[in-house]
Design a protein around this ligand. Structure first.
Ligand SMILES: [Zn+2]
Length: 655
């Protein structure tokens, strides 16, 4: 069978972003009510009728699996199956749900270049961070201006080093020059915004500023914030790196890399506003803290926090007007089903000053005693300004109910309604009616949007066929499953080229070698794609075959890989008959792998034989005896191989 080619591709980075965002239980729970069961979640399968739940979601593995009907896969597969979409359509659906932009193009040379560009930009950023840090500690200018600023604010050295702060020398281009001298290309200095170039001039963006590097989740520097120290009316107090291929402001939280471990340990995240707020709280011993650095909170930022904890406390130091303005954004956090609390600091304090004053224990005590549930907080705050004004109060009720109605969980919602009813002195029933109104308004908006999209889609729908596992033989699927699952596992030890030298042959190496030497690679195009991609990556240490293929930009490949992972093929009947599955697969690879290969070859040879028989018939009808003779010769050889294989298989089955 000739595998259909894919109409278009979505680049690796984007698929990565979609997969990262599309947490399986989050995606599934739009359609299925899930309950926690041990490490997994359980619900009623949406794909077949059942009364007792057998539909399991594993957040750790990122997959779902129904033990009733056998359906399984990752979050993309779930949407494909549930919404009846093709792979790229499902990716688009998820991209929309998580507000990710996608570019539909085949990966061109240009895009490959872009990937390399991103890496180069990160390397330049890392160099810049080291340069600024060294300048802060070692150079006179850095010490007298930069370091003394931090010391005046009583930051400890160890904390400054932890956040890798620095100082950018003043002047036109001292940083740019030194970077270029070290061999960094001006192109990347410009792309990261470290250097600003106009027609006839060039300058360092951050000259004369103390530098706060911004790290991504993995701890790599992707951007900077710089604070000016000298009195300059024209210059902004803080400037940031511009948006770039590696830095998207709305997707970054300052301090997340340093906070993530503590966030999942304490199951709590504190949200503050500025860089120094984060650093001060660390210094006071509170490490589960991040900053949105001035911008309004975005969905992407919330989802990033949600990977570690569902409990967020927002720490405010502003006046009431400022707080009121930011309230709307917090509905986003509620929509994500997170528990939001609010903490107001005492008059005249900010997170930075208060952390220094109180230390960890004092601060944490204050938080515990004063943090308030967000909806209560919002209600009280708004209530203050509506006394004796019935119209303003009506507006307040609908404002508070708007926040309540976005909460996904029904029980939580009803608890809030009870509480609001008490605070607002309004009958619960009235509030329920209001929630229903708000919800149906939200649903209506969503449906309209969906309808418009669907209408648009139906006019431009292109059919993209996906290869089904039924196009493969069982033996081919078993071969691929072992190849992907156990690729790196050591299989045999061989004598090396020098005496006494032992080389280890991995499962992947052995499996590839066996088919290549015998020229028995399947003709299935999808099989070939996977086969040769594994072969070309055998020496690549970072190559993780499962991950590589499950998140493969080619939808057919990704689909096949997830089908293989979803255990459908784990228990081949032949194995259980032979009793071999009493043991764990990975413990008896040295038995199973050769068996899988022999079975694959056996099947392949059978197919070849039947092809040859057909060819012999045709040739003898045409009285082309030379061809007949050659074909018979091949047939004899194949029979010989077949006999060898069946002996091998027979003797190995009950080993
Ligand atoms: Zn099912």
């Amino acid at each position: 069978m000739i595998s259909p080619t894919f109409a278009f591709m979505i680049d690796h980075a984007t698929i990565g972003r979609i997969i990262d965002a599309a947490e399986i239980s989050d995606v599934v729970s739009d359609f299925v009510t899930l309950r926690k069961r041990g490490v997994n979640q359980l619900g009623l399968c949406p794909f077949h009728n059942e009364k007792t739940p057998s539909f399991t979601v594993s957040s750790a593995k990122g997959i779902f699996k129904c033990f009733g009907c056998g359906k399984g896969g990752n979050s993309v597969n779930f949407i494909m199956e549930h919404e009846n979409l093709s792979y790229p359509e499902a990716l688009k659906y998820l991209a929309k749900k998580y507000h990710i932009d996608i570019v539909e193009k085949e990966e061109t040379e240009e895009q490959k270049q872009q990937k390399d560009d991103r890496e180069s930009m990160m390397i330049v950023s890392s160099y810049a961070q080291k340069f600024f840090t060294r300048f802060l500690w070692d150079e006179n200018e850095g010490r007298t201006i930069g370091l003394s600023y931090f010391r005046e604010r009583s930051f400890r050295d160890d904390i400054l080093k932890k956040f890798e702060v620095g100082f950018a020398p003043d002047g036109k281009t001292p940083f740019t020059e030194s970077a270029q001298k070290e061999g960094y290309k001006i192109n990347y200095l410009e792309k990261t915004g470290l250097t600003i170039t106009r027609d006839d001039w060039q300058r360092d963006r951050f000259a004369g500023r103390v530098m706060f590097p911004i790290h991504n989740l993995a701890g790599r520097v992707i951007a900077f914030g710089g604070r000016i120290l000298k009195e300059d009316k024209k210059a902004a107090k803080y400037i940031n790196s511009p948006e770039s291929d590696i830095y998207h402001k709305s997707k970054v939280l300052y301090g997340i890399f340093q906070a993530k471990r503590e966030m999942s340990k304490t199951e709590k995240c504190y949200l503050v506003e500025g860089y120094t707020d984060v650093i001060s709280m660390h210094q006071a011993g509170i490490e589960n803290v991040v900053a949105s650095s001035g911008t309004a909170l975005t969905r992407d930022q919330i989802r990033m926090v949600k990977r570690f904890t569902s409990n967020v406390t927002i720490i405010y130091d502003g006046d009431e007007a400022g707080i009121k303005a930011s309230l709307r954004g917090i509905d986003l956090v509620l929509e994500e089903g997170m528990n939001v609390k609010v903490l107001l600091l005492p008059q005249g304090e900010d997170p930075d000053s208060y952390a220094k004053k109180m230390g960890a224990t004092g601060y944490l005590n204050y938080i515990q005693e004063n943090e308030t549930d967000f909806i209560q907080f919002k209600t009280r705050l708004l209530l203050k300004s509506t006394e004796n004004d019935p119209i303003a109060k009506a507006r307040l009720i609908s404002e508070v109910i708007r926040s309540v109605s976005v909460i996904p969980d029904t029980i939580t919602r009803s608890v809030y309604i009870k509480e609001c009813s008490r605070l607002l002195e309004v009958n619960e029933e009235v509030l329920y009616t209001e929630v229903r109104k708000q919800k149906s308004k939200q649903n209506e908006e969503f449906r309209k949007k969906e309808f418009r999209e669907k209408a648009k889609k139906s006019t431009q729908k292109t059919e993209i066929p996906v290869a089904k596992p039924s196009d493969f033989s069982v033996e081919e699927l078993e071969y691929l499953r072992f190849l992907l699952k156990h690729c790196k596992a050591p299989l045999f030890e061989e004598e090396g080229e020098n005496p006494n030298e032992i080389e280890t042959l991995s499962v992947g190496e052995f499996m590839i070698q066996e088919l290549e030497t015998d020229e028995l690679v399947s003709e299935n195009a999808l099989f070939q794609k996977i086969f040769y991609e594994v072969r070309d990556n055998l020496d690549n240490e970072k190559f993780d075959s499962w991950k590589h293929f499950i998140y493969h930009p080619d939808g057919e490949i990704s689909q096949l890989a997830t089908n293989l992972l979803s255990e459908k093929y784990v228990e081949s009947k032949r194995w259980s008959k032979a009793g071999a599955f009493m043991e764990k697969e990975e413990d008896i690879l040295e038995v199973l792998v050769p068996k899988i290969i022999s079975e694959y070859k056996f099947r392949k040879i059978k197919i070849m034989q039947s092809d040859i028989e057909k060819a012999i018939n045709i040739a003898s009808d045409e009285k082309d005896f030379e061809t007949v003779f050659n074909l018979l010769n091949t047939m004899t050889n194949l029979k010989k191989v077949e006999k060898e294989l069946s002996e091998k298989l027979g003797s190995r089955t009950f080993n």
